[in-house]
Design a protein around this ligand. Structure first.
Ligand code: NAD
Length: 368
């Protein structure tokens, strides 16, 4: 069993009894108390690379409803370092060979897949079959067909699946969604968005191998711009036309470097996007009938900023990963679908698949 967190259990009992005692006065308090798990749920991170080590493990030191209970790694020295640094019990450390034994471990409630993209499907399905709820990093899989298999496997195992879309918990982004979807300044007429960075890493990294990454800047960075367009409008795109540019063919032999696209939505809005491994972009600008709003930086975790009709947005910076994982822990406790379920990852991958088809055909391609 995962350790019972004394303070949260004490609070839970206290809140629950307070709620019962003041039934007529405070129904909200009862709901709050019921929503709070009695113990922190245990998360196991699978793949201890940059994102797990630099963001997720530190965020799990700040979470209220879940904690870093276990790890899965193929590198024995990392197992030693992480166990020491994060006080992880030996019985909660797995490698890729004995991973399925995690089924027998009640300390682990949630498996978080933080591996190269080509491994997302296998480890999501194996985790669900081991009886664990799953968070899978973006992009969800190599293609939409794999996303569908992952969703089906989690449904069959009766486990919840969520994608690591941290921005859905970020205050500026939530405001952007509200402004766009609620048509606060009238209908959004156009969106322009781009996301990318100048790749200066290992030329042999998995990110540059098609079999492991599925693609380049589009899969890794463009997915944020695609999703940004979808969540600003609250609609699903119908067709897409894309072009690409390659200035470093030796480095980006197997994957896309810079991709430009136009998305057609049912409302007829003009929506353009771009992604890159060779440009530092990170913005989303929306023009509505009676105003405009934008985020920039729009997609990172080093601070999000934005403007509405030229005035700076005033929202706090939060730890996006902590908020995202805490929300999923509550979803698991309440057996409630996450606001970023597998279906959300699938919708983005349907667009990505169509963009790659358009790059091949040179034509508009239907999405889905
Ligand atoms: P990384 O290369 O730093 O880490 C990948 C980990 O997988 C390493 O620990 C590596 O040892 C392990 N691994 C196991 N089998 C492997 C294999 N066959 N080949 C290569 N590595 C293997 O990558 P990362 O930057 O941590 O990215 C991991 C995932 O997290 C990706 O899906 C990425 O898109 C996602 N990510 C998300 C965000 C975000 O903001 N949500 C940020 C960064 C990365």
């Amino acid at each position: 069993m995962a350790p019972v967190q004394k303070t949260s259990r004490r609070n839970f009992i206290r809140n629950a009894s307070l709620g019962i005692g003041s039934l007529a006065l405070s129904p909200t308090l009862i709901q709050l108390a019921a929503a709070k798990p009695a113990k922190k749920l245990g998360i196991a991170l699978v793949g201890l690379g940059y994102y797990s080590g630099g963001q997720l493990a530190p965020a799990l030191q700040q979470t209220q409803h879940c904690y870093l209970a276990g790890i899965v790694t193929g590198t024995p020295s990392k197992a030693v370092d992480w166990a020491k640094k994060y006080n992880i019990q030996q019985k909660n450390i797995y490698n890729y060979q004995n991973f399925d034994e995690i089924a027998k471990n009640p300390d682990i409630d949630i498996v978080y897949v933080v591996l190269p993209v080509s491994m997302h499907k296998e480890y999501t399905i194996r985790a669900a079959q081991a009886g664990k709820h799953v968070i899978c990093e973006k992009p969800m899989a190599l293609n939409a067909a794999d996303c569908k298999d992952m969703i089906a496997a989690c449904k069959k195992a009766n486990r919840l699946l969520s994608i690591g879309y941290r921005l859905h918990f970020e205050p500026h982004t939530i405001e952007l969604m509200r402004l766009g979807q609620k048509q606060v300044y009238g209908k959004v007429k156009s969106i322009d968005t781009g996301n990318g960075f100048t790749y200066g890493g290992d030329p042999n990294a998995w990110r540059l191998k098609k079999a492991l990454a599925g693609g380049g800047g589009l899969m890794d960075m463009g997915i944020y711009s695609i999703q940004g367009s979808r969540y600003t409008l609250g609609q699903e795109p119908i067709r897409v036309k894309a072009t690409q540019e390659k200035t470093k063919p030796d480095l980006f032999k197997e994957v896309d470097e810079t991709v430009f696209w136009e998305l057609q939505f049912p409302g007829g809005q003009k929506v353009t996007g771009k992604s890159s491994y060779n440009h530092d972009w990170g913005y989303l600008k929306a023009e509505a009938e009676k105003g405009n709003f934008e985020l920039g930086p729009a997609f990172g975790y080093g601070g999000i900023d934005g403007k509405v009709n030229g005035s700076q947005m005033q929202f706090p910076q939060i730890n996006q990963q902590a908020a995202q994982m805490d929300d999923f822990a509550l979803c698991v406790t309440q057996n409630k679908q996450s606001r970023v379920p597998g279906e959300e990852g699938l919708k983005d991958m349907l667009v990505v698949d169509a963009i790659y088809r358009s790059l091949d055909s040179g034509k508009w391609e239907k999405i889905g």
